[in-house]
Design a protein around this ligand. Structure first.
Ligand SMILES: NC(=O)c1ccc[n+]([C@@H]2O[C@H](COP(=O)([O-])OP(=O)(O)OC[C@H]3O[C@@H](n4cnc5c(N)ncnc54)[C@H](O)[C@@H]3O)[C@@H](O)[C@H]2O)c1
Length: 342
């Protein structure tokens, strides 16, 4: 019997890639999303790649009774991967209540139902933003968390705390995955980052600029005390990141997790600067990118990258893709998404 996993935010960027990884690793998947930042047509691509039609619920997780219908329909759900959240740092500064309501209420509802319906494993999408403005990298899971730089970051800190406190005296086990900077697309070029709202992450901003959807782009700050003056981040391919979720579930299902809630960094363990990322894009595609240099952006951390040795040791996870793969797959996806190639 296949184990069944509910993926929330499953038509989103990381959720959709994770659904593929779960199916390829023998799990049955159910997907829920309210479509606020994605489109359910993504599941057509999932079907093309895997041959599987994933059951889909168009539901806002802030609605407890509607969300419960999923658990009533699928009494055999054994794992939940909770991706659903709003994720724009800037928007969260403008609309903090929206972010707290959406990200916390949806978490409380899905957590409550997961406990009620005796789910065994709960995986939560956290973020390296919980570390705040770190002074030194790499950061490991014991690095003390600092003041969150935005309400979005705070929702992740609160989310982690809610899960830690809630699961202390329960049978369900949880893993908090702290993602660094997810980027790239599925190697089939049938799936990638396709937000309903304007892209904010560096890699889609680069590909959208190169294809002409944007007139140009700005590198925010080249006067940081880094090797070339621009900010440094840890870019992890979305396919590698997705697989970490499958391994995390398996870790709990196989009874390997001793604590109620554990936490793992998921990054590639080294940093690249914004200018190095642009250079990688230009090298891989042979294109010149139209960008300008602007002032620093408030809230940007100078440099952060991961120590992922805990995920390697405990989950058996390690990245297989590098920055060139990120650029190749992101560009192939942009060409398809923009109708330049089929
Ligand atoms: N992409 C990143 O850079 C990054 C980095 C660190 C952490 N994360 C976290 O990973 C998770 C997935 O991110 P993503 O990049 O795939 O984002 P995404 O926006 O592509 O996916 C999130 C999905 O959740 C859905 N959603 C939001 N609120 C919902 C609600 N109340 N009910 C039902 N569905 C809802 C959206 O429609 C969207 O499809 C998020 O929790 C995000 O905060 C993302």
């Amino acid at each position: 019997m296949k184990q069944k996993v509910l993926v929330t935010g499953g038509t989103g960027y990381i959720g959709s890639h994770t659904i593929i990884d779960l199916i390829e690793n023998g799990y049955d998947v159910v997907c829920v999303d309210n479509g606020i930042n994605s489109d359910k047509s993504v599941l057509n691509a999932v079907k093309e790649i895997t041959g599987v039609t994933v059951p889909y619920y168009h539901i806002d997780l802030c609605d407890l009774s509607l969300t419960e219908t999923i658990f009533k329909d699928h009494l055999d759900i054994q794992g939940v991967i909770h991706f659903a959240a709003l994720k724009s740092v800037g928007e969260s500064v403008e609309k903090p209540v929206l972010y707290f309501r959406n990200n916390i209420e949806s978490l409380l509802n899905i957590l409550d139902l997961s406990l009620q319906y005796e789910v065994k494993a709960f995986i939560f999408s956290s973020s390296c933003t919980v570390y705040g403005d770190v002074q030194r990298s790499p950061v490991d899971e014991n690095t003390p968390l600092q003041e969150a730089a935005s309400p979005y970051g705070r929702t992740k800190q609160i989310g982690e705390q809610v899960i830690l406190d809630t699961l202390k005296n329960n049978k369900m086990k949880s893993i908090l995955l702290r993602y660094f900077n997810p980027a790239g697309a599925h190697p089939s070029a049938k799936l990638g980052e396709a937000p309903n709202n304007p892209a904010l992450n560096l890699v889609p901003v680069i590909t959208e600029t190169a294809i002409g959807k944007r007139a140009g782009m700005t590198v925010f700050g080249t006067d940081y005390p880094t090797r070339d003056g621009s900010c440094i981040r840890d870019y992890i391919h979305v396919v590698d990141l997705s697989h970490a979720h499958t391994l995390a579930l398996k870790y709990i299902f196989d009874g390997k997790q001793k604590v109620s809630t554990d936490v793992f960094n998921v990054g590639i363990g080294s940093g690249l600067s914004v200018l190095e990322i642009i250079e990688a894009f230009e090298k891989v595609t042979g294109l010149r990118l139209n960008y300008e240099v602007g002032p620093r952006r408030p809230g940007d951390v100078m440099a952060i990258f991961s120590d992922y040795s805990k995920a390697k040791k405990e989950l058996g996870w390690q990245p297989n893709y590098d920055v060139n793969d990120i650029m190749k797959t992101a560009w192939a996806w942009e060409l398809v998404r923009s109708g330049k190639i089929n």
